[in-house]
Ligand binder design. Structure first.
Ligand code: ADP
Ligand code: ASP
Ligand code: MG
Length: 424
């Protein structure tokens, strides 16, 4: 008998019908002779709605209280799912993250899992139950407070449990048929990928392909847990994410380009009038780090000879924008700059593929595609297997489609299906 960990995203359990559909699917896995642990997200856009509600009460809600509020979303879906499974005549028990042994650090709203002690889950499935676990949440080892793992964190819960339980597979059920060469909501001609390496998936996820969370892929790579991303609305095979293509599976070659990702969740901060001398960048980014904010891209302009002043721009999640501005303003005298500019109308487009390091001309083709589409580039960054640019947010859909076509990624068969979700 095998043990499978399945994860169902918010769009798969958006309403009572969805919960009943998912319950049937879980029961089928059990009837096929497996022990089943199902990780579940909050219903539909519940998490966004709870955040909106919190912001109506307080523009910067306390992290601890926000976590208390948001974890309620997953509690609702886990209990309903357990009820729906019992209704089908099977035994199910639901568990919060804390009860499931998901132990984290104490950074509210983006805690990291530091240990998983799934004793209760193991006992529950050994007794013949289906265990339902609330995704996205844990408990701090130090403070014993309830924490959340950051948006999309149920993916990480699933992989962490799969590793701790030594599961045969971790299945991530969502509202599309797998990982595509671009977001199917933006590119109708996106192609489903049969197999993708952890490395390429990590870059796609880090660049905004939210079908899998970056941390979840990191975790899966560390513990070598194969992930099967597939739709909860269809019976189709999805995408395997693993270190090697599965033996016996149809021969899959590493593609030159895996896909195009986009991200409109970031903003750009420009620190204007920074003295061009050693230590300035250090004090700006120390200030940001002390506020526990992760940044993405950084660019420093050439300083104007006349003034000896320069500008430094960086990108960060929009959700951290206010905190970053407040922290920099507070240290303005110590750092020494003229002013701050904040721009949240930006978007990032990234081209990802391991084949890029050995193929000259990829960068040139990428920029040509963007220029042919009339897209202006504001920032650029590269890694061995990725090129990213920042543009105006409005240009993103057109730019993604242009790059996708230019690299021959468009499929000539069926259009990619999006089964549910609001894309929020
Ligand atoms: P869930 O609620 O199941 O966690 P998410 O909304 O977090 O679902 O992730 C699924 C969505 O990810 C899809 O509906 C799709 O719009 C988006 N997406 C972005 N990039 C990709 C990609 N390369 N392949 C598939 N889906 C993608
Ligand atoms: N409900 C959480 C969110 O919307 C976690 C998740 O869905 O993975 O971000
Ligand atoms: Mg998700």
């Amino acid at each position: 008998m095998g043990l499978v960990v399945q994860k169902y995203g918010g769009s798969s359990v958006a309403d009572a019908e969805g919960i009943k559909r998912v319950a049937k699917r879980i029961v089928e896995a059990k009837q096929n002779g497996n022990q089943v642990v199902a990780v579940v997200s909050a219903m539909g856009d519940t998490t966004d709605e709870l955040i909106d509600l919190a912001e109506q009460v307080s523009p910067m809600p306390a992290g601890r209280e926000l976590d208390m509020l948001l974890t309620a979303g997953e509690r609702i879906s886990m209990a309903l799912l357990a009820m729906a499974i019992k209704k089908l005549g099977h035994e199910a028990q639901s568990f919060t993250g804390s009860q499931a042994g998901v132990i984290t650090d104490s950074v509210h709203n983006k805690a990291r899992i530091i240990d998983v002690t799934p004793g209760r889950i193991k006992t529950s499935v050994d007794e013949g139950n289906i265990a339902i676990v609330a995704g996205f949440q844990g408990v701090s080892q130090d403070t014993k407070d309830i924490t959340t793992l950051g948006r999309g964190g149920s993916d990480t819960t699933a992989v962490a449990l799969a590793a701790a339980l030594d599961a045969d597979v971790c299945e991530i059920y969502t509202d599309v048929d797998g990982v595509f060469t671009a977001d199917p909501r933006v590119v109708k001609k996106a192609r489903k990928i049969d197999w993708i390496s952890f490395e390429d998936m990590l870059e796609l996820a880090a660049s905004g392909s939210k079908v899998l969370l970056h941390r979840c892929v990191e975790y899966a790579r560390r513990y070598n847990i194969p992930i099967h991303v597939r739709s909860s609305f269809s019976g189709l095979q999805g995408t395997w994410v693993s270190s090697e293509p599965k033996q016996g599976a149809k021969q899959v070659e590493q593609a030159l380009i895996s896909g195009v990702a986009h991200d409109t969740s970031e903003a750009k901060v420009t620190v204007v009038g920074v003295p061009d001398k050693p230590g300035e960048a250090a004090s700006i980014f120390r200030t940001i780090a002390d506020a526990e904010i992760n940044i993405d891209m950084v660019v420093q302009n050439v300083s104007a000879a006349a003034t000896g002043l320069t500008d430094i721009s960086f990108t960060l999640p929009k959700t951290e924008g206010r905190k970053a501005i407040d922290a920099l303003e507070k240290n303005k005298a110590g750092i020494g700059f003229d002013s701050l500019r904040y721009d949240d109308q930006i978007g990032k487009i990234s081209l990802v593929g391991a084949g890029m390091k050995t193929n000259p001309g990829v960068t040139a083709d990428f920029f040509t595609a963007l220029s042919d589409a009339g897209v202006n580039i504001e920032l650029i960054s590269t890694s061995e297997i990725r090129i990213s640019v920042v543009t105006r947010a409005d240009d993103v859909p057109e730019a993604v489609r242009a790059v996708h076509s230019a690299f021959g990624l468009d499929s000539d068969s069926d259009e990619a299906v999006v089964y549910g979700g609001t894309g929020r």
